[in-house]
Design a binder for this molecule. Sequence first.
Ligand SMILES: [Zn+2]
Length: 536
Amino acid sequence: MVLEFLGAAHEVTGSCHYLSFGDKHILVDCGMEQGPDLYTNQEIPVNAAMIDYVFVTHAHIDHSGLLPLLYNHGFRGKIYCTLATNELCNIMLKDSAHIQMFEAEWRNRKAKRAGKPEVVPLYDMNDAMSVLSHFVPCDYQKKIKVCDGLEIRFVDAGHLLGSSSIEMWVRDDDGTEVKLAFSGDIGPGNRPLIKDPEYIKDADYVIMESTYGDRKHNTPPDFAIALAKVIKETLYERGGNLVVPAFSVGRTQEMLYFIRRIKSEHLLPEFENFEVYIDSPLAVEATSIFNKSVEECFDEDARALVQQGINPIGFPGLKMAITSDESKMINFNDNPKVIISASGMCEAGRIRHHLKHNLWRKDSTILFVGYQVPGTLGFSLLNGAKEVRLFGETIEVAARIENLPGISGHADVEQLTKWAAAFENKPKKVFVVHGEDKVTEQFADHLKDTLGYEAYAPFPGDAFDLATGEQVREGSRERAEKKITEKSRASSNVFARLLAAGQRLLTVINKCEGMPNKELGKFADQINALCNKWDR
Ligand SMILES: [Zn+2]
């Protein structure tokens, strides 16, 4: 029984772990790397067609975003996750495919003019739609038998609607039994709408995140009161718009929760009827999924509101823009308003139009409510840029730029330690993943010092035999020096797809052993005909 770390090892994104036992091959998460790449993710050690099951902790793209590529490379197994994760993946993977195709199309228009070769999207809508039919939605808390020798249970991780930690009971062919606990991303507790993370009591091996393993969150001020102040100053004292760049899934719904509180708790009694626009089709869809997931995902406070007939993320004056005409209309109407739009770091999406219409206005405010990665437009605005380029135009920054952090999606070092301390017996080993390079090691040391755990921060490609606990393979420690260029990614992408198809063919051939000779002969003739065609 071998566990290998493929991604989000010594870095934060691209979560992917591979486990093999008996004749089974499984993945936990299949995420896309985002932002700067520190260590290159390892390839899955077997071809995609041999993966039997994928277990997905939550819908964020850095945990689920490569599932359509896995399908494209021949995966036809089953994907287990919670009901809400399934619903969110349904919109997020399609959105991701749309982005991939849109980007490839845009690059191809440029490439054509420059006489450069065609770029191929990483995956397309067909891959996303097809992989979605392989999902198996599961309830929280229920122990589920996946196959002989493998049972799983999802427990709430309090990080995003539907987010989970996964408990896994594995029995190898030789009778070795091992209990694993994958933390997924752990929430800080006390977040609006969703439940607090649940603790797991026992495990032989723990695979846990460490995003904020070196930080302590300050006690956040009451977000609704702070937000009410910005709304009052912008909409009513200056008559401008308040533009909030926010991620469509999670952060947007939290903003709605706080705005509902502002209205229902009469925090702005003089002007309670201000207009709020959600301008992102994805956010509108995600909001309806939140509204459907009350029973399984909402915390007690939010459920109590629903029982009184109150929608925790709905209020009078809330308007949703789905079509691009509806989006354009927002800027034709002169009423001061709140506009919530994506993307959260202003790199793409409709938010850029609202920035174009509001950045130059002295009376408007741009309010950041989430972390801004260096290098993004959001980061430069937050750091005092005087002018920015949008749609080929230079726009002066005259609007107020404000920052209201405070709702973090991740547990801090104290909350992570509490999660790790909940195991009643010391695990044999804790693998610390999903943190920045040095933070993973720092948090592993912290677990050794404070809880006496044997903790280790694996690199991509490190593999462990779980029967003995011994390391059986050492991955690469080399940092990803070169940034992968679009061109090399596009050409390697297509060749990788062909290679995966070839490997899949071999898997299918092996499965055919024992078929009638007539069938086997026909199959062999077809393969040879194909080879004759291409062997040139
Ligand atoms: Zn996440």
